[in-house]
Design a protein around this ligand. Structure first.
Ligand code: SF4
Length: 361
C-alpha cells in the first residue's frame, strides 16, 4: 500500500526561518488551487487502498471552513478502508474549535501542530503570531474534541537562547501531556528573512548540549527517541513519516510535493503559475539498484533502530555488508551492528550527516 501527501501551500503570514514551499493565503487563489489539485489527483491516483494520508503545508488550517470542506470532499476519492493514520498540519492562530470538530468529523486521526517555542520573544523573532496561552488553550480544546494523537513541532538552537530557555520550553511541553514532538535545531536557510538579516547560527557546543538535554529529559518522561528529531510515547510514532524513513512508496500531490513510486522519484513544480497550468512535474528520475540501496540506508539510519538487515536482504537480495563498507564504520564506532539492525550509536546521531555521506557513491 502507498501513502499520500497533499500539499496546501497557503500561509497567513510567512515565518522568518521558512524555506518550505508556501505562498500568502489569497482567497481567490485557493479555489483555483484546489481545483488543480483535484485534477492532479484524478490523473495519477489508481484507486488502490492507501496506508496513510498526510495534509501538510504551508498551513492547511489557514483554509476557511468552506475551503476545508471542499478539500475533504476532493479527498473522498482515496480508498481509506485500510488507512492507518490521517494527519493534518495546523498552526495555532488558525486552528479554531469549529475546524477541530470538522477534522474529527472527517476522520482525521492525528494533528501536527506548529508551535516552535512558548517563549514570546522567540516567537516574535521566528515570525509566529501566537502566544504560549493560545497554544495551551488550543491543545486543550483539541483534546476535548477527542484528539489524543497530537504532535507539536518545536525549535531549539536559536542564537541568543540559553539552556534555561530550552528547559522552560520543555517544562511547558511536558505539562501539555501530548504524545509526540518533533524537535528541530534551527537552520538558517538561504533566502529566508533570518538569512537576509545575517542572523547567526548558535555555537555548536551549546547546540549539542541542548540536543543532549532534550534527549535525556524526554527519555526520562517515557518519550522514545525513535528518529534523529522525533520523540513519541509508545505507539504514537508517525506512521506517515515512517513510510519515508523506511523508503516505501508514496504519492505527493500539490505544489512542490515529491513522490516515490516503484523506482521513480519525481518532484512537482514550485511555480504556482505552472502548477495551475497543469504542468505539475518539475523533475523526475528513475533510480538504479545502487541508488535505491543508498536511499534505504540514508533514510533508515535516521531511525534510532536503524536499518533492519533481514528486510534489506529481502528487498534487494543483497546483504548490507556486501554493498557498503560498514565494517570500517563499525570498527570506528560510527555504526552499530546488533545482528538484526545496523544503526548509528546514540552519541553520534547529532553528527549523523558525516556518517550518512559514507553511503553515497
Ligand atoms: S507556517 Fe510553516 S510553511 Fe508557513 S511560513 Fe511558517 S514555517 Fe513556513
Amino acid at each position: 500500500m502507498k501513502s499520500v501527501y497533499i500539499h496546501i501551500p497557503f500561509c497567513k503570514s510567512i515565518c522568518t526561518y521558512c524555506d518550505f514551499c508556501k505562498i500568502y493565503y489569497d482567497k481567490s487563489l485557493v479555489k483555483q488551487y484546489l481545483k488543480t489539485l483535484s485534477k492532479e489527483i484524478q490523473a495519477i491516483y489508481k484507486n488502490e487502498p492507501i496506508k496513510t494520508l498526510y495534509i501538510g503545508g504551508g498551513t492547511p488550517s489557514a483554509l476557511d471552513i468552506d475551503e476545508l470542506n471542499l478539500l475533504f470532499e476532493m479527498l473522498e476519492i482515496f480508498d481509506k478502508s485500510k488507512i492507518e493514520e490521517y494527519t493534518i498540519e495546523c498552526n495555532i492562530e488558525t486552528l479554531t474549535k469549529e475546524k477541530l470538530l470538522l477534522f474529527k468529523n472527517k476522520g482525521i486521526s492525528r494533528l501536527s501542530i506548529g508551535v516552535q517555542t512558548f517563549n514570546e520573544k522567540l516567537l516574535e523573532l521566528l515570525g509566529r503570531n501566537h502566544t504560549k496561552d493560545m497554544v495551551i488553550d488550543t491543545i486543550n480544546v483539541a483534546k476535548e474534541v477527542g484528539f489524543n494523537n497530537i504532535s507539536v513541532d518545536l525549535i531549539y538552537g536559536i542564537k541568543g537562547t540559553t539552556l534555561e530557555d530550552l528547559k522552560q520550553d520543555i517544562d511547558i511541553f511536558l505539562k501539555l501531556d501530548i504524545s509526540h514532538v518533533s524537535f528541530y535545531s534551527l537552520i538558517i536557510e538561504p533566502h529566508t528573512k533570518l538569512y537576509l538579516d545575517d542572523f547567526d547560527d548558535i555555537d555548536e557546543d551549546l547546540n549539542l548540549s541542548m540536543y543532549n538535554y532534550i534527549n535525556k529529559t524526554l527519555k526520562s518522561y517515557n518519550y522514545d527517541h525513535y528518529e534523529i528529531s522525533n520523540y513519541a510515547k509508545q505507539g504514537y510514532e508517525s506512521c506517515h513519516n515512517l513510510v519515508y524513513w523506511h523508503n516505501e512508496e508514496y504519492y505527493g500531490f500539490g505544489l512542490g510535493a515529491s513522490s516515490f513510486i516503484g523506482k521513480r522519484r519525481y518532484e512537482n513544480t514550485r511555480s504556482l503559475n505552472n502548477y495551475l497550468d497543469d504542468k505539475y512535474i518539475l523533475y523526475e528520475e528513475t533510480l538504479d539498484d545502487k541508488q535505491m540501496m543508498e536511499n534505504e540506508m540514508i533514510l533508515g539510519l535516521r531511525l534510532t533502530k536503524g536499518v533492519n538487515k533481514k528486510r534489506f536482504l529481502i528487498k534487494y537480495n543483497k546483504r548490507i555488508e556486501d554493498v557498503f563498507p560498514i565494517k570500517d564504520l563499525i570498527s570506528k564506532q560510527l555504526l552499530l551492528d546488533n545482528n538484526d539492525n545496523v544503526s548509528i550509536p546514540d552519541d553520534k546521531l547529532f553528527v549523523s550527516n558525516s556518517i550518512l555521506i559514507e553511503f553515497l557513491d
